[in-house]
Design a protein around this ligand. Structure first.
Ligand SMILES: [Ca+2]
Ligand SMILES: [Ca+2]
Length: 181
């Protein structure tokens, strides 16, 4: 077992919890997650968390943030869609203690160029790069966090090209949306 990252979360009582990303077996091409909750003495495995044993493909580190501002931790990762194709997805936190999540395409939170002419449409074939420099911080000075994401593109000869994207947060009909600028 090789631990790649430890993310600090919170549980119902506002104690810290730990979300650990690791390679379970030697040679694994995907990361696995495990959640630990603090008890009065130690961190113990949170067996009922839906993040436990979730596979993160390509070994790409998951990115934790609160994309919709409901104070519940969400997570961006590379998963697979119903057809088995790689897809950038988000596990939307349904509870404050990282127990329940709803997985959906990350693109559900993007504004399309049809919805907002000032937004670009991301290439759905390009995945998060590995390693990445993704971050959730304010990039345009309005005190509202935006998403910086590093992506990888493959040409016909399978050469890799890396680039960064900036998604600015906009409030649309009371919902947090992100505009590729
Ligand atoms: Ca959230
Ligand atoms: Ca901002």
């Amino acid at each position: 077992m090789v631990i790649v990252n430890v993310m600090i979360g919170k549980d119902k009582l506002d104690y810290q919890s730990l979300i650990v990303s690791y390679f379970k077996n030697k040679g694994d091409t995907h990361l696995t997650l495990k959640v630990f909750q603090y008890t009065s003495k130690a961190f113990v495995e949170f067996h009922t968390s839906e993040l436990n044993n979730l596979k993160i493909y390509n070994g790409v580190q998951p990115m934790f943030l609160d994309i919709n501002g409901d104070m519940k931790t969400d997570m961006i990762f590379t998963g697979k869609d119903a057809k088995g194709n790689f897809e950038t997805q988000i596990a939307m936190g349904q509870s404050f203690d990282s127990q329940n999540f709803k997985i959906e395409p990350l693109s559900n939170y993007f504004l399309t160029s049809k919805e907002d002419k000032t937004c670009l449409d991301p290439n759905p074939n390009d995945m998060i790069s590995n390693p990445h420099s993704n971050s959730y911080l304010d990039l345009n000075g309005d005190c509202i966090p935006d998403i910086f994401m590093t992506k990888v593109s493959l040409d016909d000869a399978k050469n890799k090209f890396y680039y960064g994207e900036i998604y600015l947060q906009k409030m649309v009909n009371g919902k947090n949306k992100y505009c590729l600028s």
